[in-house]
Design a protein around this ligand. Sequence first.
Ligand code: SF4
Length: 748
Amino acid sequence: MSEKKSIELYVKPAGGWDALRSSWQALREQQVVMKGAGTLLRANQPHGFDCPGCAWPDRNPHSTFEFCENGVKAVANEATSKRVTRGFFEQHTVAWLDEQDDRFLEAQGRLTEPVAYDATSDRYRPIGWSEAFATIARALNALASPDEAIFYTSGRTSNEAAFLYQLFVREYGTNNLPDCSNMCHEASGVALTEQLGSGKGSVTLADFEHAQAIFIFGQNPGTNHPRMLGELRTAAKRGCRIVAFNPLRERGLERFANPQSPTEMLAGGSTQLASEYYQPRIGGDLAVATALCKVVIESGAVDRDFIASHTHGHDDFVRSVLATSWDALERESGLSRADLEHAARTYIDSDATIVCWGMGITQHPRSVATIQMLANLLLLRGNIGKPGAGPCPVRGHSNVQGDRTMGIYEQPSPAFLDRLGAVFDFAPPRAHGYDTVAAIEAMFERRAKVFFAMGGNFAAATPDTARTHEALRRCELTVHVSTKLNRSHLVHGRDALILPCLGRTEIDLQAAGPQAVTVEDSMSMVHLSSGMNPPASDRLMSEPAIVAHLAAATLPGSRTPWPWLVEDYDRIRDRIAKVIDGFADFNARVRTDGGFHLHHPGRERVFPTSSGKAGFYPHALDERDERSDVLQLMTVRSHDQYNTTVYGLDDRYRGVHGLRRVVFISRADLERLGLRDGEHVDIGTVWHDGSHRVVRDFRLVEYDIPAGCLAAYFPETNPLVPLDHHAERARTPASKSIPVRLHRSAPA
Ligand code: SF4
């Protein structure tokens, strides 16, 4: 986390000594070398805590070091010795804090007590917990309708907190439960639920040991799911073909030196991961998947028995694919027929294939169509419901999948509401609520007046920054449950509260003793997580306790025993077992080593769709934007970033040091546009509605990316994405395909 500002080509493998160096620096920067090291030994361990980073599953049996470099950054930043005290808020106005960058805010340390915004001094002032809950309860109960309140959830929220939260919100009377899933894998949920009958991936970690090929689309695991590199390395070493499709050349898909391998570390060795690496143009994945299907169909290498007994819609699908010309497939994918046929051959030669994908697939207007085409590809060769095969959407936040399972969803099913109402003896609201995009619109149009966020950094994570910030500022009250200071605390309503909560690594002491929570990873493994460090302050509350106290204050007539439920979280889990499918005998099963796998019907080739079969869904290709001076921009994370949390200013694998406002561009486009590497440009959008957005002063960085394509970090480029630029049906903000033009920045 150097402060030098430079661009230097990175020639080393992912991982390796630099990963250890960066981990050490993270612990030192947070002044928790000893405490951090001790804490990390419990990360992702039985009887330990679940890493607050991403949703990659834990191996079982566990190794001693079940964490990666970015897990270290997440843990170090939570276990930090730095504190945001009342003195800090006394010293700084909100206006001044809002002028600081996201890294500065993150670096201030852990929040220590509840604070309320004082408009007179433009500062946050301490407030007692009871007064805080009373303030929120008053505001909520003063609303004309519960639908004037919005309850957002970040994917770090535990199952127990999420279950109580949705119960409180529904007892209060609304389904306005947008969550970060709306902005990441909503498209996966919509596509797979329709096609396979479940919105989740069917693959488990064990399948990575049996796959003959692993296809990876629109994902950068080296930064976003680093322990995945360990599985890919093991698979590559046993001859599994790893085929990557990503516009950007990502080191984490190319080569990896496992820090836990003495041979690779001492001998300076590494393992090649991707045996084939293709760089389609941004938004070209639908054409790529269609082309792979075309070659499979034309080769006849399809699983006829599987298709006949388990699918519907095959014939229409085949007709549509065969009618798609190779000219269109090459033009729209940005890849040559030869490359596409080569990749398809690798797919055909494998009898067990996993297809993984990340935001590079979901954050596009046609993401639902692309994901269904990837699933079509799997169905053609029966690659589901057998070892080593299946769809694997790799989720971001550590419990984003669990929150959705617990009922955090603005479109709950009638069956779920029936069961919830029966168990808790109330009539849940039936009207669907606001997703993230609709929530912003509702606040902007003053149809919503109270915004409550369980974790996250809504103001930075969302698109259309100016509109979102104005929407939040139009609220009568904004409330954030958080561990650290962030932008959303500074983009606040007329009244505002920050409620500091315990972190994953901290002991959660309730009346019945220290409590464990549960999470569900990206592969449907549900397991326990219990902290081991003393809380950062004695004025913090756990997320479940915050919800219970708020509910008791807001719903004095509720028959739900809120305080009793949080005395012992087993009581919450007993209620979950009664309401949520697959959680019977929850408390006993989750205490088995490693927890339990939530059943996925596709693993038994059971597809609870409207037809009772898996569906083939044809999708026509788009026409790409042919204007020569318009390029497609995708927003990405740097390696020193987790979602909107900026740990540092380096992006080691891409050679960026000490910089955030950079835009990656190909040499061909630099030459074609008469621009030079290192020059500074403004990035302006080109929307059909004529609206114009611009972000200024980005340094051009020549990079291995296809012509016509650009990449830059979010949240800096989120202002470019209008709210209505989202995925069809799923409404996931389409932050990975933004049409822009570049203009030289005005001299400073
Ligand atoms: S891979 Fe994800 S969950 Fe695992 S240690 Fe790294 S950041 Fe944490």
